[in-house]
Ligand binder design. Sequence first.
Ligand code: PLP
Length: 409
Amino acid sequence: MSYGSGLATAMARRLGRPCVYTPSARLALYLALRHWCRPGARVLMSPVNDDVILFVVLAAGLRPVQAPVSARDGNIDPAAVPEETWRNVDAVLTTNLYGMPDRVVELRRRCDQLGIPLFEDAAHAIGTRVAGRPIGTFGKAAAFSLSKHVAAMAGGFLAVEDERTRRRLEELRDELLVPSSLRTDLTTTLRPLARSAVRGLHLVHPVWRTMRRLGMLERDTFRMDLHAPRLARCASEAPSLTAYEPWVRVDLHGYRSRHGALVRAQLRARMARLDDDLARRGVGASLLARTTWASPALRDRTADGGPPPLFRVPLLVQDRDILVDRLVRHGVVTGYIYDPPLDDYAGAEFVEPSPDPSAARWFAAHALPADPLLAQQINRALSKERATPARPPSGDREERPLPARPTGG
Ligand SMILES: Cc1ncc(COP(=O)(O)O)c(C=O)c1O
C-alpha cells in the first residue's frame, strides 16, 4: 500500500480521477510542475494569487508569466491574453480564486491547440463544477488542499489523468517527503482543534491581537517579505524545494512532512465531513451572493442555480483595508487577500509582468474574501460598518449590466 492510499482512494472516488495523496496542495503543484515542465519553462498564471504559489513556481525552476485577469472574479481572462504571450508559454496554471471557476473549457481548448499542459489549482474549489464536471478534471493535473475545505491544516491531493502517471508521481512525491516527528504530528492534529476552540469561545479578536504583538503571524501585510537579494541567489539552485523552503513553507511548515497515522486518521475523519462542510458553504455563499457587496460573477450565479460551495465569497467593497481592521472587532479575521498582484509585489526580476495589470490591481484592492461559514456574522458586521460596495470599472471586457436585485445588508 502506498503512503496515504486510503485518503487518495476516497478523493479519487469523488473526482473520478486517480489521485496522489500529498501533505499539502503546494507540494502537489510542485510535483506537477516538476513532472511536466523542463527548467526554464514559462507558466501563465494569475497575479491575483497566493504568494506561496509564486514561490512554488520559482522553486520548480520556472518563469511565472502574469496573465490579464477579469475584474469580475480575479481569474485569468483568456481573451485578454495577447497572441504573442500564448505563443510563448509552455504551460497554464489556473487559480479558481476563492472557488469561483476559471474559464477552464476555453483554457483547455487553448492548451490543446498549443500542445501545452493545463494545471488546475483547485485548492479553493473542491466542490466547484463547470458544465456538470468537477473542477480538477479539466487539466493534465489538479491540486487540492484539505487545509482549506475541512480546516484540517494539512493534507492535499494531486489528481491526474491515468494510473501510470499516478504511480510515477507517487515515486517523485516519496523522494520529496521529509520525515515527521511525533511532536510535529501532535501539533498538526491539535492546531485545527485549537482554532475551533478560539472561535467557539469568541476569542478571535484578543488571540489575533496577541499573536500579532508577539510576531507570531508570518505576514505583517497581505504579502510575506520578499527578501529579494536572498531570493535572487536561490535561482542558481532551482529546481529545489530546499533552497526555497523559507518562502514555500509559509503558514504550513509541515507542507512536505511524511505525517504519521495520527494525522492521517484525523484527515480521514475530516474528509468524511466534507459533504456537510460543502453544503454549509453553499448556504453561506448564497446568502452573501444576494448582498449588495457581491461581485458581479457571484451575482450572475444567483440567477444560474446559485453559487458553488465557495471557500471564500468574493465581496467587493470600497475602503477594503479599513473594513478588514474593523471586522476583527466583530470577531472576523479576513485572510486570503492577494494584494498587491504578484507582478507589483515581486517585480520583473522574478515574474514576467502582465501586459494589462489594471483589472488585477482593481480586483486585488477591492476584494474582501468572506468566509461563507460566517455569512450571517459578516453580513451583520458589514451592515453595521456601513460598507460601500465597489463596482468593477466600466470597460471590463466581460462587463454586462447587473440584474436589478434588492440589496441585502
Ligand atoms: C490558491 C491557493 N493554492 C494553493 C494553496 C496551497 O495550499 P496548501 O496550504 O494546502 O499547500 C493556497 C494556500 O493558501 C492557495 O491559496
